[in-house]
Design a binder for this molecule. Sequence first.
Ligand code: MN
Length: 260
Amino acid sequence: MLARAAPLAPEWKTPMPLDEYRTKRDFSISPEPAGRAPRRRGGRRERIFCVQKHLATQLHYDFRLEHDGVLLSWAVPKGPSLDPATKRLAVRVEDHPIEYADFEGLIPDGYGAGVVMLWDRGTWEPQVDDVAAALARGDLKLRLNGYKLKGSWALVRTKGWGVRGPDDGRSWLLLKHRDEWAGALDITTFAPRSVKSGGGFSDILSAELPDVWTRNPRGRSDPGLVASLTRIVAKVEALERAGAGDAGPARPARSRRARS
Ligand code: MN
């Protein structure tokens, strides 16, 4: 649980004035540079995929596939399902930079403001010769090798294709093919936590120095930052009150307020 009645948004375990906090971090630069060594198998670099559980205006899961130097991205409101009979709406959203694939932390500003948990990560392989053609066709078959999601999947474009309008071509379905990794297990509730930190949203939020991702080049002096972080804390608290936050085993409360 988050401590209540905090005057400022997150309660850093070590109290630190916000100005000092800002000087220690450059909010305009990714806290997670790519940095990882390319993994190779059969002579070619493996493609990464990730799923980020994102509490913004609505809770959703961002499904991202590395392709041609970017992360192709779909927002999946209900998250992936291991049940082949359960097709999940996946709204195609803007490509993200590769280095975002490892990100977990806070987005203080703009569209998507909220908290991001790295819910799954691993590698993927297209089951088609030409990914660009498959995307254009609206039928991308793929294999995932993550911690939670594995085996054969597909992204299939659904209604909206060819229709002029704001949703033109953006509606897809994410579905599991029947294989040894399919099943009735509700993976989003069975394994709700981060594969990076092991934590839930409130753990990410209350980390001593949460990573921050911002598209605001003036973030360093953004007067709306505290207000934005306050809203994020309120969202996580509301989610936890609804019992839908971490949804994992309860952890003993840490007494971060013991000093005050
Ligand atoms: Mn998102």
